[in-house]
Each structure stands twice: as C-alpha cells, then as structure tokens.
Design a protein around this ligand. Structure first.
Ligand SMILES: O=C(O)c1ccccc1NCC(=O)[C@H](O)[C@H](O)COP(=O)(O)O
Length: 209
C-alpha cells in the first residue's frame, strides 16, 4: 500500500511532510482550489528526496500549461482530475507517470474507464463533487467491487484517522494506494504532521510495510 499526501503549498510544511517519507506528494495546480500553489517558488520542491514522487494535480488544464509546470516544479507524475480524454492522458504517458482521477458516486459506471486502459498508469477514485477534489467527503466504497480492470487504483476522498479501519476492509486486488488530504489539515494546504504521523503508523502496521 503506497501513501500519497496531497494538497501541499507551504515550503516548511512541505519539508516536514517529506520527512515522513510518503511515496507521493501532490501539488494543486488549479486556481479555484484553496490549495492552489500559485505563490510557491519554482525551487520549493527541490529539497524533496528523489524517491518521493512529485505530483502536479490539474483540472482541465491545457497541455501547454501542464508541460510548463512539469518543467517549473520538476513533477515526475501528473494527476488529471477533470474531464481529460484518454488521448490527453496518453500524450503525457511515458514522459511522466499519469494518474487519471474519477469522481465517483452511487451511479458511477466503471465501463467508462475501459478507454483509459494503457493510457493512464493509475486510476484514482475520489468522491464526485462540483469542486472536483479536496472535499473531505467519502463515497460508498462498496461500489469498488464493480471495478474489474487491471489498472491499479488509489483510493481518495475523505480518508481520515476515523475511517482507516474501514479502508483496511477493502480487499480489491488492484487497490494500490491511499490519498490523504483535507482531513489531515490545520488549514487548507497545511498538513498536521502529528495526524499524518498517526496515519502513517496505522497504514504501515495494517499493510506490514
Ligand atoms: O485538494 C484540492 O483542493 C483539489 C481541488 C481540485 C482538484 C483536486 C484536488 N485535490 C486532489 C486530491 O488528490 C485530493 O487528495 C482528493 O480530492 C481527496 O481530497 P479529500 O477529500 O480532501 O481527502
């Protein structure tokens, strides 16, 4: 089970989270989000060890702007969190690792993922909301039983210290990682190191990591 911490935006907090050694750190490149990294200097991610994947999170952004920000911040991974097509994902695959995120609700039709096979490296299942992400809300994780492709996925949306026990009950063979965000914050974009430490301990024990 790998761990992604998403929605970081302040240099000292970024360093403190990196010291916990998550597998992925996510940076929101989407203006309407309170976690938008517009004020983050270009060299702010340079202190992150190379074995932690730096992930740029985009919502319906142009390919040119994504390319620009990959270069500015040194992202090795991108998370496409809007309505990006399979072809849009494919254009980046190979150059960087590509996560395609989907907003899931009770009506979610997993057959629409078929066209993304081989065009994204991972899927990320988040709770469907108007704001695209960072809602702190969970979806009914039972619906994951309808997912039958062999692309590994991250679980996202409202994961907190209070529901890690339920996360452990998910035994899907493609369940690859968890994504931690707003439920571990002191304010939008600033993570509680204490809460994250607790979560890392629990997850590592649960999955013998
Ligand atoms: O975090 C945001 O503000 C955000 C806004 C728009 C698109 C994506 C965003 N976050 C991406 C993530 O990967 C989050 O971790 C995911 O949405 C779960 O967040 P939360 O429900 O707060 O745990």
């Amino acid at each position: 089970m790998v761990i992604k911490v998403c929605g970081l935006k302040q240099p000292d907090n970024i360093k403190a989270v990196a010291a916990l050694k998550p597998d992925y750190m996510g940076f929101i490149c989407y203006g309407p989000s309170p976690r938008y990294i517009n004020a983050l200097p270009a060299d702010a991610l340079e202190t992150i060890p190379a074995n932690i994947h730096k992930t740029g999170v985009f919502v319906n952004e142009t390919a040119d702007n994504i390319t620009l920000l990959i270069s500015k911040y040194g992202f090795d991974t991108i998370q496409l969190h809007g309505d990006e097509s399979p072809e849009f994902c494919e254009a980046f695959k190979g150059q960087v690792t590509v996560f395609k995120a989907f907003g899931v609700n009770n009506d979610f039709d997993f057959t629409k993922l078929n066209d993304y096979v081989n065009k994204a490296d991972y899927f990320l299942f988040d709770t469907k909301t108007a704001g695209y992400g960072g809602s702190g809300q969970t979806f009914d994780w039972g619906i994951l039983n309808n997912y039958q492709l062999d692309v590994p996925f991250f679980l996202s949306g409202g994961i907190s210290l209070d529901n890690l026990d339920e996360v452990k009950q998910i035994t899907h063979p493609q369940f690859y990682g968890v994504d931690l965000n707003s439920r571990f914050e002191t304010e939008p974009g600033i993570k509680s190191i204490q809460k994250l430490e607790q979560a890392f301990d629990i997850i590592k024990k649960q999955y013998n990591r």
